[in-house]
Design a protein around this ligand. Structure first.
Ligand SMILES: NC(=O)c1ccc[n+]([C@@H]2O[C@H](COP(=O)([O-])OP(=O)(O)OC[C@H]3O[C@@H](n4cnc5c(N)ncnc54)[C@H](OP(=O)(O)O)[C@@H]3O)[C@@H](O)[C@H]2O)c1
Length: 282
């Protein structure tokens, strides 16, 4: 029965073309393959012939340097290129009318709006904008989806199926996408800085570096799971840990002296503003 279901899933699989197989494009392809997407229904593109040969070998899918060839005949074309490259390649595809009108275009480019991509593609195809993050590469990511003007519920379902193997998927209005980029896509880097600093504190007190780092990472992982799994507010969880006249409240006062709340909030805010500039003039 299960193998019958897997066979019908393989038969129904959409033909997906991934343009750009860098950090994110590759993570998405690997997630799709791990979730049972058939290799023959996946193709990719990259910039150089050497890269194409290497990626084809490593991923076991066809990889070309010709975006038009890769996009033709696809049910879904996923743009995993840098933002300026996304619009450049989309314009080339639009001029050549390379995408069938039924093809769904999905873009993960920071700062590139669905409107910009629709226009670049010649106004003929539906577009969904997606914002994943690097934990998608270990299937613990978050991806936010927004539908463009020509995309409907079925298109969002198709996009959701691409990203669900990589972690959580959330649908939001496009006006939130730059903020999501500053929080969810840039956020892992903010947390890495915090983790390094926490480990430094342990090292300053004599812990071996590796022990301190693993302890800090596991602690942040556990604390994040407490918020997600209990649904409790972080302030209430913090109150549980702070015994009157104890060590934790003493540490929290040091964080407050360093303006940790406004520093972190401003980091998200400024990253979101910068994200909005990456796709050029809107
Ligand atoms: N990294 C993140 O945390 C993150 C999170 C969310 C969204 N994003 C978005 O994801 C997109 C890709 O980011 P990334 O981090 O994966 O970048 P990346 O690692 O630099 O990947 C981009 C890939 O595109 C290839 N490429 C360049 N020109 C091409 C062309 N004409 N045709 C096909 N492939 C081409 C590049 O090859 P070469 O290296 O040979 O030039 C590179 O492998 C960006 O728009 C970014 O905003 C990134």
């Amino acid at each position: 029965m299960a193998s019958k279901r897997a066979a019908s899933k393989r038969a129904a699989a959409k033909r997906v073309s991934v343009l750009g197989l860098g950090l994110m494009g590759r993570a998405i392809v690997e997630g799709m393959l791990a979730s049972g997407h058939p290799r023959r229904a996946l193709v990719g593109s990259t910039r150089t012939r050497e890269g194409a040969a290497r990626l084809a070998r490593e991923l076991g899918i066809a990889v070309s340097t010709d975006s038009g060839e890769v996009a033709a005949g696809a049910d879904v074309v996923l743009f995993a290129l840098k933002p300026p490259k996304t619009l450049e390649v989309a314009r080339e595809l639009g001029r050549a009318a390379a995408l069938r009108p039924a093809t769904l275009a999905v873009s993960i480019a920071a700062g590139v709006t669905t409107g910009q991509l629709e226009e670049a593609l010649g106004g003929r195809v539906p577009v969904v904008r997606a914002m994943p993050n690097t934990p998608c590469s270990i299937r613990r990511g978050t991806t936010v989806l927004s539908a463009g003007a020509r995309a409907g519920a079925a298109h969002l379902r198709t996009a959701r199926a691409l990203f669900e193997p990589l972690g959580r998927v959330v649908e939001l209005e496009e006006k939130h996408m730059d903020t999501v980029t500053g929080l969810s896509a840039s956020g892992p880097a903010f947390v890495y800085v915090i983790l390094e600093a926490l480990a430094d504190g342990g090292v300053a007190r004599g812990l071996p570096r590796q022990t301190a780092l693993e302890m800090a990472a596991q602690m942040v992982y556990g604390a994040a799971a407490m918020v997600l799994e209990t649904g409790r507010h972080p302030a209430s969880l913090k109150d549980d840990v702070t015994t009157p006249a104890g060590c934790t409240i003493a540490g929290i006062l040091a964080l407050e002296d360093g303006k940790i709340r406004s520093v972190l909030s401003r980091a998200v805010e400024i990253a979101a503003v910068r994200a909005g500039e990456l796709g050029g003039p809107r």
